[in-house]
Design a binder for this molecule. Structure first.
Ligand code: ZN
Ligand code: ZN
Length: 361
């Protein structure tokens, strides 16, 4: 059995739990995970019996043949996929499962109208539960993505003249170009560069503000290699740090290290979040930490499991998650330290290798 046929077979066991024999997958990351096909339009038909079928259009004819193993049937269609699956629907009879997170209301309506006799079974986490456990190849992809991102950041830090008061946008553009030059596919997200008081905005868009002497500088960035994302945040100071900046950075670093140490198989995701939050309570800055502690990464930059206060999920060997506590002091400045962590049988392995110190530029 090959890699993708194996994945489809694993999915078939999940499909069986929905009471269906077939699933229709329309989400591009699900389609890529199950078939290897990376085109922007692809629908996958996976059945408990029979070969999986990839439906795409003429633009992807060659690419589909290149990327997809022989054990898949490829169907090149025109005029949309729904009008081209009548024979498949007839063959399965009763019901088909779909990913309720991704099928749009209009697709659902169109399917209902085209096949009124077909029962559409909304399923959550259909492919997600497979995707969150990474195999060796996927872990290699993420490692490669991390080293690509780290090298691009290093080149950016030495390539920019920090005495020249570069704008946040210029720093972001420089890093984005280095990420691409270093081999990244389209970036998993726009690079975040925030300086001075703007570091208190957790998802700041780079602005025209010049990075000035004495500023904190927060950079959140990632690459995509072989489809796999990395997601890292580091913090810098222009010139010698002030005491409050060092204190703030140490508080966040403490929360970050404690949360990492809590990671292991069988651990509740919300427990890891709680550990980070409790560390910030001890430093009396927890009220300035408004987001969750981390998230899974893989073919998408935000995927399961979620390390939030409300998460019911449990960490498993092979999960790759971020740990990214932050403290954002309004109008003053913020720090977030984000690493990519692999859950291993014995606990965790930090995949990111950049220093977590507050670095003086
Ligand atoms: Zn990030
Ligand atoms: Zn993140």
């Amino acid at each position: 059995m090959s890699r993708y046929a194996d994945r489809c077979r694993n999915l078939a066991s999940v499909i069986a739990t929905t009471g269906c024999e077939t699933a229709i997958l329309t989400h591009s990351a699900s389609v890529r995970y199950l078939s290897g096909f990376s085109g922007s339009f692809g629908v996958l038909w996976v059945s408990v019996v029979g070969a999986p079928i990839l439906i795409t259009d003429f633009r992807y004819d060659e690419q589909a043949k290149d990327e997809v193993e022989d054990s898949f049937d490829i169907r090149i269609v025109s005029g949309g996929w729904i009008s081209n699956i009548e024979d498949l629907v007839t063959s399965v009879g009763g019901s088909v499962a779909f990913e309720s997170e991704y099928v749009t209301v209009s697709e659902h309506k169109a399917l209902k109208e085209a096949f009124p006799q077909l029962s559409l079974v909304a399923s959550t986490d259909l492919v997600g539960r497979l995707r969150r456990i990474k195999d060796v190849k996927e872990i290699e992809g993420i490692e490669h993505s991390i080293t690509t991102a780290e090298a691009a950041l290093q080149r950016t830090l030495v390539g920019i003249d920090w005495t020249d008061r570069p704008s946040e946008r210029r720093v972001a553009g420089y890093l984005e170009a280095e990420l691409r030059a270093g081999g990244s596919e389209h970036l998993p997200f726009d690079v975040i560069v925030a300086s001075g008081p703007r570091t208190s905005l957790p998802h700041a868009t780079p602005s025209d503000r010049s990075v000035l002497l004495g500023d904190l500088l927060l950079i959140d960035f990632g690459a995509r290699v072989q489809g796999y994302c990395s997601d890292i945040t580091r913090n810098f100071v222009i010139g010698p740090p002030q005491d409050w900046q060092v204190v703030l950075h140490n508080q966040v670093l403490d929360a970050h290290e404690q949360a990492c140490a809590a990671i292991g198989p069988g651990v509740l995701c919300r427990f890891v979040d709680m550990v980070a939050r409790e560390a910030l309570v001890a430093h009396q800055v927890d009220q300035y930490f408004g987001h969750s502690t981390g998230h899974g990464i893989g073919l998408e930059v935000h995927e399961n499991p979620s390390l939030s206060q409300r998460s019911e999920q449990t960490l498993e060997v092979g999960n790759v998650v971020t740990i990214e506590p932050g403290v954002y002091l309004p109008a003053r400045g913020g720090v977030r330290i984000e690493d990519d962590i692999l859950v291993e049988p014995s606990g965790f392995r930090r995949m990111t290798s950049l220093s977590r110190a507050l670095i003086e530029l």
